[in-house]
Design a protein around this ligand. Sequence first.
Ligand code: NAD
Length: 469
Amino acid sequence: MASVEQSNEKTWQMYLCHLPTNTWSSSSFTACRLPSPSHLNSQLVSKGSEPSTCFLLLIHCPLVDAHQPKFEAVLSEVDILLNDLTFTISNLSSWMQPESASTNLATKLDDCFIRREPLGVVLIIGSWNYPLQLLLLPMVGAIAAGNCVILKPSEVSATTGSLVAELVPKYLSQECYAVIRGGAEETQELLKNRFDHIFFTGSKGVARSILQAASLHFTPVTLELGGKSPCVVYGPVNMTAAARRLVWAKFFNAGQSCVAPDYILCTSSTRDLLLPALKEALWEFYGEDPRTCPDLCRIVSPQHWTRLRALLEKTRGRIVIGGESDQEDKYMAPTVVVDVSEDDALMAEEILGPILPILSVESVEEAIALINRGQKPLALYVFSEESSVVKTVLEKTSSGGFCSNDGIVHMTLPSLPFGGVGASGWGSYHGRWGFETFSHRRACMLRGWALERFNTLRYPPYSDGKLGW
Ligand code: NAD
């Protein structure tokens, strides 16, 4: 990749030297492509300690980019990753078995099966909000499926990026795995290469340019995007429990989660019951002055803080909880805004921060209609003690994931696919779904030489009646 070698970026050069040859080209990666999933799978299964040792080392290092509380960092960056890794290692040998396919009369004697094969070289581009998880969890699926992997961490979470770049080549084979650091310009340069799959986590705008670059090489792409994940609170609800679960899901990582409840839809009478419960839960979790609470994360960068502050200044809604912020400290108090209308600034974009707007609706049907006017969200939540309400919302909407009476937790299960639908993303991963995303399902028919006489039925000369017409 001459253009990159000419660049003065030290980081690039440093990591390029870890690649199989000193010249970067897609053919050098093709050369290091693994012969079959079993090669790597057996490495993972029999020497299972190698990859997990690497992951363990990564997670014991401090995560300083967003001053995430240790508990939140361990839960969201470490436990979820190790959980997926353990699940994958336990199930991999069954996932990788050839899957037999049913046959018909004409193929009765053939051996028909689907064989999972590695795609080749996979590029994983990560986002900043869970900088380890969003790189390494897809990597588990990619390794399990037998691929070589290039990781491109987000430049916003630079500390984690440099840690990943330091440790991955140290503990994983440099023949198969590499880390390339950089921002938009460097990623665009990287995308000029031919990859066999691109796995992108990030914003919709950047996703468009990823698709454009991928289209030049017909590279398949998985997109893990965001959007506004709604939360309907309707009918009889245990307000104390609902408020605690909502506050946890919304203000975990200071709201900087792609699956955080983005806004609440409820009737004004429910809102009047919910608000004191939210206040109580916030007080219980973060105390009188959340700013001094070590369990509240900060906003990742000054730019992100400024964007969130601008949203609070533009809203025509009423701030009823929080609203305080400090630029120097990148602090923003957990904030709740009521009387928010559908055309408010807070509803124009994904919030991705500690601001929770509440919109009033008259009925569950009105809530569903409002949700369906927008793009399909990454997650959709409903809080209700009436199972008919949960069922109605589930059946009349579409979203990447769905969870009733809680938030975020559905994505911690490796047995459920994680991903969006439509504008919230294409494709999925976690557990078997990651293995499938990074595998090619090769349709195989092993045919012998028997029954040649029957083949004359399909050979010319054709004549009416040959096939019984
Ligand atoms: P982003 O799109 O700005 O950046 C994502 C990655 O793309 C980074 O590695 C960045 O270096 C790279 N990049 C930035 N500009 C680029 C360009 N012009 N060309 C090529 N690459 C470029 O997104 P972000 O700010 O890191 O993440 C926020 C978004 O990600 C939110 O929408 C959030 O919901 C979404 N997200 C989704 C998930 C999910 O799992 N679905 C998880 C986390 C975040």
